[in-house]
Design a protein around this ligand. Structure first.
Ligand code: PEP
Length: 255
């Protein structure tokens, strides 16, 4: 039985005071729900304040990116060493990092290894572009990404990962994948690839999220799919009532 996990990716939104206000609006609603793991992923600058606000609660904290080195001459970067005392999770390989900042599977793989070696749990993003979807390349693209980001990891390391399948055409577009599409890729490609690379037992332990225009209206159907273990939520995670509703609807499915 995999514990469902809903993570809110705030992206480049919220000043420190705005972050504080947002967390305060969600805190009671989120902490009241036990059966779903909740992760907030604010911008770096907000992490410290959010950490204080959620300290002692059942809410976890995640960063949105990370460098693979521990320290050094990497102006503007944040290291796993800096994150490990404050965060439990780190989103790696988000499509916006891949598209705007040139991150490749090889870079994501290095970051995954660095995160794991510092005790951080990566939420690794994979997903095809609209052109790849239209060309019928979803399966080959996602399989290649999964193989690339997991290269060199042990079965034990893989079992503890969170992977987010996020079709790029669904991110921030209001055009979510159907529940069937999500299941087909998450079960038939992501989990199946891990089973081939490692074992079915390992694949069965990995938590795999869907991401892309999720909201309180479509979360129930998406979360009802057997291989979907959660959601990586962008826009809706900035709307407190909406985000709490998504977590509550998910919890109801797991009662
Ligand atoms: C995301 O950025 O990971 C995401 C899924 O965004 P949205 O929910 O806004 O589509």
């Amino acid at each position: 039985m995999r514990t469902p996990i809903i993570a809110g990716n705030w992206k480049m939104n919220k000043t420190i005071s705005e972050a504080e206000a947002l967390v305060k609006e969600m805190l009671d609603g989120l902490t009241a729900i036990q059966s779903v793991e909740k992760v907030l992923c604010p911008p770096f600058i907000d992490l410290d304040r959010v950490a204080s606000l959620i300290q002692g609660t059942n809410i976890s904290l995640g960063a949105q990116n990370m460098h693979w080195e521990e320290k050094g001459a990497f102006t503007g970067e944040i290291s796993p060493l800096m994150l490990k005392d404050i965060c439990q999770y780190v989103i790696l390989g988000h499509s916006e990092r891949r598209t705007y900042f040139g991150e490749t599977d090889e870079i994501v793989n290095r970051k995954v290894k660095a995160a794991l070696s510092h005790g951080l749990t990566p939420i690794i993003c994979v997903g095809e572009t609209e052109a790849q979807y239209d060309a019928g390349e979803t399966e080959s693209v996602v399989r290649r990404q999964v193989e690339g980001v997991l290269a060199g990891l042990s079965a034990e390391q893989v079992a503890g990962l969170v992977i987010a399948y996020e079709p790029i055409w669904a991110i921030g577009t209001g055009k979510a994948a159907t529940a069937e599409q999500a299941q087909k890729v998450i079960g038939g490609v992501v989990r199946a690839t891990i089973a081939q690379l490692y074992s079915q037992a390992t694949a069965d332990q990995v938590r795999i999220q869907y991401g892309g225009s999720t909201n309180s209206k479509n979360i129930k159907e998406i979360m009802s799919q057997p291989d979907v273990d959660g959601a990586l939520v962008g826009g809706a995670s900035l709307r407190p009532a909406e985000f709490v509703a998504m977590v509550r609807i998910t919890a109801e499915l797991y009662q």
